[in-house]
Design a protein around this ligand. Structure first.
Ligand code: HEC
Length: 142
Protein backbone atom coordinates (compact mmCIF):
# COMPACT_ATOMS: atom_id res chain seq x y z
CA UNK A 1 0.00 0.00 0.00
CA UNK A 2 1.14 3.54 -0.68
CA UNK A 3 2.69 4.89 2.52
CA UNK A 4 0.53 8.00 2.67
CA UNK A 5 -2.67 6.03 2.14
CA UNK A 6 -1.56 3.63 4.82
CA UNK A 7 -0.93 6.46 7.28
CA UNK A 8 -4.30 8.03 6.49
CA UNK A 9 -6.00 4.68 7.04
CA UNK A 10 -4.15 4.17 10.32
CA UNK A 11 -5.15 7.65 11.51
CA UNK A 12 -8.78 6.90 10.64
CA UNK A 13 -8.72 3.61 12.55
CA UNK A 14 -7.06 5.25 15.57
CA UNK A 15 -9.62 8.09 15.52
CA UNK A 16 -12.44 5.57 15.32
CA UNK A 17 -11.11 3.55 18.23
CA UNK A 18 -11.00 6.74 20.33
CA UNK A 19 -14.65 7.30 19.56
CA UNK A 20 -15.49 3.72 20.48
CA UNK A 21 -13.58 4.13 23.76
CA UNK A 22 -15.49 7.33 24.48
CA UNK A 23 -18.78 5.52 23.95
CA UNK A 24 -17.91 2.78 26.42
CA UNK A 25 -19.48 3.16 29.83
CA UNK A 26 -17.44 4.74 32.62
CA UNK A 27 -15.05 2.48 34.51
CA UNK A 28 -16.13 1.08 37.85
CA UNK A 29 -13.62 1.48 40.71
CA UNK A 30 -12.57 -2.12 40.20
CA UNK A 31 -12.02 -1.56 36.50
CA UNK A 32 -10.17 1.64 37.33
CA UNK A 33 -7.68 -0.34 39.38
CA UNK A 34 -7.24 -2.88 36.57
CA UNK A 35 -6.62 0.01 34.19
CA UNK A 36 -3.88 1.36 36.49
CA UNK A 37 -2.19 -2.04 36.58
CA UNK A 38 -2.36 -2.21 32.79
CA UNK A 39 -0.91 1.30 32.54
CA UNK A 40 1.91 0.43 34.91
CA UNK A 41 2.87 -2.71 32.99
CA UNK A 42 2.60 -0.94 29.65
CA UNK A 43 4.88 1.93 30.70
CA UNK A 44 7.46 -0.68 31.79
CA UNK A 45 7.08 -2.41 28.43
CA UNK A 46 7.53 0.88 26.58
CA UNK A 47 10.77 1.56 28.46
CA UNK A 48 12.12 -1.87 27.55
CA UNK A 49 11.01 -1.47 23.94
CA UNK A 50 12.67 1.95 23.77
CA UNK A 51 15.98 0.48 24.93
CA UNK A 52 15.68 -2.16 22.22
CA UNK A 53 14.39 0.42 19.69
CA UNK A 54 11.39 -1.78 18.92
CA UNK A 55 9.45 1.08 17.37
CA UNK A 56 6.44 -0.96 16.27
CA UNK A 57 6.04 -2.32 19.80
CA UNK A 58 6.27 1.20 21.21
CA UNK A 59 3.47 2.31 18.89
CA UNK A 60 1.34 -0.53 20.27
CA UNK A 61 2.24 0.43 23.86
CA UNK A 62 1.38 4.06 23.14
CA UNK A 63 -1.98 3.07 21.64
CA UNK A 64 -2.81 1.08 24.75
CA UNK A 65 -1.81 3.98 27.01
CA UNK A 66 -3.87 6.45 24.99
CA UNK A 67 -6.96 4.30 25.34
CA UNK A 68 -6.42 3.60 29.07
CA UNK A 69 -5.85 7.26 29.93
CA UNK A 70 -8.87 8.19 27.87
CA UNK A 71 -10.93 5.95 30.17
CA UNK A 72 -9.19 7.31 33.27
CA UNK A 73 -9.97 10.86 32.16
CA UNK A 74 -13.64 9.98 31.60
CA UNK A 75 -13.77 8.30 35.03
CA UNK A 76 -12.69 11.50 36.80
CA UNK A 77 -14.91 13.69 34.65
CA UNK A 78 -17.88 11.56 35.63
CA UNK A 79 -16.97 12.23 39.29
CA UNK A 80 -16.62 15.97 38.61
CA UNK A 81 -13.00 15.81 39.72
CA UNK A 82 -11.71 18.11 37.02
CA UNK A 83 -8.18 18.41 38.38
CA UNK A 84 -7.60 14.66 38.20
CA UNK A 85 -9.24 14.55 34.76
CA UNK A 86 -6.80 17.25 33.62
CA UNK A 87 -3.81 15.19 34.81
CA UNK A 88 -5.16 12.14 32.98
CA UNK A 89 -5.53 14.25 29.85
CA UNK A 90 -1.91 15.33 30.18
CA UNK A 91 -0.92 11.67 30.38
CA UNK A 92 -2.93 10.93 27.26
CA UNK A 93 -1.21 13.80 25.45
CA UNK A 94 2.19 12.38 26.45
CA UNK A 95 1.11 8.97 25.11
CA UNK A 96 0.11 10.59 21.80
CA UNK A 97 3.58 12.21 21.67
CA UNK A 98 5.12 8.79 22.37
CA UNK A 99 3.22 7.37 19.41
CA UNK A 100 4.40 10.14 17.06
CA UNK A 101 7.98 9.71 18.27
CA UNK A 102 7.82 5.96 17.64
CA UNK A 103 6.45 6.52 14.13
CA UNK A 104 9.54 8.68 13.44
CA UNK A 105 11.97 6.32 15.23
CA UNK A 106 12.91 9.30 17.40
CA UNK A 107 14.66 7.95 20.47
CA UNK A 108 15.07 11.30 22.24
CA UNK A 109 11.47 12.42 21.74
CA UNK A 110 10.18 8.99 22.81
CA UNK A 111 12.28 9.09 25.99
CA UNK A 112 11.01 12.59 26.77
CA UNK A 113 7.40 11.48 26.23
CA UNK A 114 7.85 8.54 28.62
CA UNK A 115 9.30 10.92 31.22
CA UNK A 116 6.34 13.25 30.84
CA UNK A 117 4.02 10.26 31.22
CA UNK A 118 5.73 9.22 34.44
CA UNK A 119 5.46 12.73 35.85
CA UNK A 120 1.68 12.43 35.61
CA UNK A 121 1.67 9.31 37.84
CA UNK A 122 3.59 11.25 40.44
CA UNK A 123 1.39 14.31 40.27
CA UNK A 124 -1.86 12.34 40.59
CA UNK A 125 -1.09 9.62 43.14
CA UNK A 126 -0.27 11.77 46.20
CA UNK A 127 -3.56 13.64 45.84
CA UNK A 128 -5.92 10.88 44.76
CA UNK A 129 -4.51 7.52 45.85
CA UNK A 130 -4.06 6.03 49.30
CA UNK A 131 -2.51 2.86 50.62
CA UNK A 132 -4.55 0.02 52.07
CA UNK A 133 -3.40 -3.13 53.85
CA UNK A 134 -3.11 -5.00 50.59
CA UNK A 135 -2.67 -2.36 47.90
CA UNK A 136 -4.18 0.97 47.01
CA UNK A 137 -7.53 2.65 46.62
CA UNK A 138 -8.98 5.96 45.57
CA UNK A 139 -8.84 8.48 48.40
CA UNK A 140 -12.17 9.07 50.11
CA UNK A 141 -14.18 12.03 48.82
CA UNK A 142 -12.23 12.24 45.56
C1 HEC B 1 -5.38 11.04 37.24
C2 HEC B 1 -4.81 10.33 38.32
C3 HEC B 1 -3.83 9.22 38.07
C4 HEC B 1 -2.84 9.14 37.12
C5 HEC B 1 -2.47 10.15 36.06
C6 HEC B 1 -2.18 7.89 37.34
N1 HEC B 1 -2.75 7.20 38.37
FE1 HEC B 1 -2.25 5.37 39.06
N2 HEC B 1 -3.72 5.45 40.45
C7 HEC B 1 -4.57 6.51 40.64
C8 HEC B 1 -5.49 6.19 41.73
C9 HEC B 1 -6.57 7.10 42.26
C10 HEC B 1 -5.14 4.91 42.18
C11 HEC B 1 -5.82 4.10 43.29
C12 HEC B 1 -6.87 3.18 42.66
C13 HEC B 1 -6.78 1.76 43.09
O1 HEC B 1 -5.67 1.21 43.17
O2 HEC B 1 -7.83 1.17 43.29
C14 HEC B 1 -4.03 4.47 41.34
C15 HEC B 1 -3.41 3.23 41.47
C16 HEC B 1 -2.31 2.83 40.76
C17 HEC B 1 -1.65 1.57 40.93
C18 HEC B 1 -2.01 0.52 41.97
C19 HEC B 1 -3.00 -0.47 41.47
C20 HEC B 1 -3.25 -1.47 42.58
O3 HEC B 1 -2.52 -2.47 42.61
O4 HEC B 1 -4.11 -1.20 43.42
C21 HEC B 1 -0.62 1.53 40.04
C22 HEC B 1 0.38 0.40 39.85
C23 HEC B 1 -0.65 2.78 39.29
N3 HEC B 1 -1.70 3.54 39.75
C24 HEC B 1 0.25 3.10 38.31
C25 HEC B 1 0.22 4.31 37.60
C26 HEC B 1 1.21 4.70 36.65
C27 HEC B 1 2.44 3.89 36.28
C28 HEC B 1 0.83 5.93 36.17
C29 HEC B 1 1.53 6.83 35.19
C30 HEC B 1 2.06 6.29 33.98
C31 HEC B 1 -0.40 6.28 36.84
N4 HEC B 1 -0.75 5.29 37.70
C32 HEC B 1 -1.10 7.45 36.60
C33 HEC B 1 -4.58 7.68 39.95
C34 HEC B 1 -3.76 8.00 38.87
Amino acid sequence: MHARVFIAATVAVVALSFQVAALQSTLTEKEYQASMKEISLTVGDAEGHLQARYWGEIEADAGRLISEFEKVEAFWKARNTEKAAAIAKKAKTAAVALDSAAVKDDHIAAGAAINRLKETCESCHPQYREKTDDGYRIKANR
